[in-house]
Design a protein around this ligand. Sequence first.
Ligand code: CU
Length: 121
Amino acid sequence: MCLLCLFLAGFISCRNQSPSGFTVTAEITPQPARVGQATIALRVTGASGKPVTGARVALEGNMSHAGMAPVFADAAEFEPGRYRANMELSMAGDWIILVHVTLPGGEKVERQFEVKGVAPA
Ligand SMILES: [Cu+2]
């Protein structure tokens, strides 16, 4: 459940705080988002803002309407605690991106953020 999603000039930020302070912040380019390939960069931090390294991060894109197959993408770590994936946004409209994180210890955490108003190509 997304507690606070902010949409700020070229920056989509979603902070979901769990008791352990686990946070995922997402940034999507291009801005504004449009149909086609998007790059999603994620910053994963744990308690006290420490980067979470060595996690497995998989993305699942769903649209807000029913009857459409989800789009999947795996994110690769390119800097400590920062992960990046390319995702094909195949339709204009509102998307919800689920972030499945498997921590190095095997614990699974899920976060989500919204990408609203993806424009036609
Ligand atoms: Cu759709």
